[in-house]
Design a protein around this ligand. Structure first.
Ligand SMILES: [Zn+2]
Length: 426
């Protein structure tokens, strides 16, 4: 297929109707589970142990029958059965590349699938043929840098593999080669912009860098706003891991990360492995349609939630609403996981609040959630603020605050837990 055909095919997958999408995803899931069972001994072993046959897995929901493999288990499995823990599903001599994560964990990848999803992400972020892009990701051991080069090549863009660090040299390269795009972490992009200013450049006038795609760390709203408004760089982000490839990418709506068609994702209760409802937070568990290294139900340890609400960009995939943090940081309130970052996000909407803390206690058989607020200025209309806060809190955290109360300045310690769990379980 030529480049045009490839792009057309990818676009048609991204905008499939709900019915087509379900059919497509179920077919690919059935294929990969059957294939993995037949070719990857570790997958056969864990499915046999759970008494599950490939024919029983027809939909994403059926995946609950298969145990989750977590990153920690993975290290142990690879040590027990080196080097790939029984997950390699092709003959050794057919391997193209093996990447390595700290551990060491060995990660053969299915280049074709990773490049397909990566191209969707960069296309969504306005990267196109003719772009000149500095790739400031890691090129050693990790797939990030090398795969990005391959994705850019497929799109007809020029990759400049600058790698990590060398701030001043990167700035010179950006100027000399008239670099139009950036791929790397958001914080390093800001470092480059700030250093360029210190060197006397006017970023908007002296450079032509207009779009960036960031990964490797979460992009904070404040950082994005500054890069976009102060420096004219449109910034979209993606989320991926070395074992799984790309799990999500933003479109220009900036309202969550579309899940690529090259995998299926579940959000599960980290304790039970059961799927939670859309909008609830839980652990991201992925099953990539990867025939080289088929990780069926791989637990990332990252917390997120999924939304199925339609996106006005036209892509019909579900979206991850952002990565909230790692499993273990969340607090369960009345059966619902609440993450400190969700609470922070709500409070950031109210400039009147100077400090806050959510406190979970147990009254009888019921969890009670209280929000303590300190105000910047005591003259604020408290009952109005209480009313204004209640709904966004419930919408974002999926649980109602029982009490919203105001405390004197200095009551909440500066080094506080955002969610204080006062329940005793003995
Ligand atoms: Zn979208």
């Amino acid at each position: 297929m030529g480049r045009k055909d490839v792009q057309k095919r990818m676009a048609s997958l991204e905008t499939m109707s709900t019915k087509e999408r379900k059919k497509y995803a179920n077919q690919r899931l059935k294929d990969i589970v059957r294939y993995a069972y037949q070719n990857a001994p570790a997958v056969k072993e864990k499915m046999d142990r759970a008494g599950v046959k490939p024919a029983q897995i027809r939909t994403n929901k059926d995946l609950e029958k298969i145990p989750i493999t977590r990153k920690d288990d993975f290290t142990t499995l690879q040590k027990k059965n080196p080097p790939f823990g029984g997950f390699l599903a092709i003959p050794n001599e057919n391997l193209e590349k093996v990447f390595i994560s700290p551990g060491p964990i060995y990660e053969p990848q299915d280049a074709e699938e990773v490049i397909k999803s990566g191209a969707k992400a960069l296309y969504a972020a306005s990267f196109k043929k003719g772009d000149r892009v500095i790739v400031t990701l890691n090129y050693n051991m990790s797939p990030a840098g090398q795969r990005t080069d391959e994705i850019l090549k497929k799109m007809g863009a020029v990759a400049i593999p600058t790698g990590v660090g060398n701030t001043e040299l990167q700035i010179q390269i950006m100027k000399d080669l008239r670099v139009t795009g950036y791929v790397g972490t958001p914080s390093f992009l800001m470092t480059l912009v700030k250093r360029a200013e210190e060197l006397g450049y006017n970023f908007r006038n002296d450079f032509v860098l207009h779009h960036a795609w960031t990964m490797g760390e979460m992009l904070s709203p404040a950082l994005r706003k500054s890069l976009e408004q102060d420096y004219g760089i449109s910034v979209l982000q993606g989320y991926g891991t070395a074992e799984l490839g790309l799990l999500g990418y933003e479109c220009h709506e900036r309202s969550g990360m579309h899940i690529p068609e090259e995998m299926t994702i579940e959000i599960v209760n980290p304790q039970t492995g059961r799927q939670v409802e859309p909008g609830e937070i839980g652990e991201v568990v992925a099953t990539p349609f990867n025939k080289i290294y088929p990780l069926i139900r791989f637990g990332t340890g990252d917390l997120s939630s999924i939304t199925d609400e339609p996106c006005s960009c036209g892509r019909t995939s579900s979206r991850l609403t952002g990565i909230l943090g790692r499993v273990g940081e969340e607090v369960k309130v009345r059966g619902m996981f609440v993450h400190p970052r969700q609470v922070e996000e709500v409070m950031a909407k109210f400039a009147q609040i100077s400090n806050f803390q959510a406190v979970v206690s147990r009254i009888g058989e019921r969890d009670e959630l209280t929000i303590n607020l300190e105000l910047k200025d005591e003259v604020v209309d408290r009952s109005k603020l209480t009313d204004d806060l209640a709904k966004p809190f419930q919408d974002l955290c999926r649980v109602r605050a029982d009490n919203i109360q105001f405390v004197a300045k200095g009551t909440i310690p500066k080094e506080r837990k955002i969610i204080l769990d006062e329940r005793k379980w003995d």
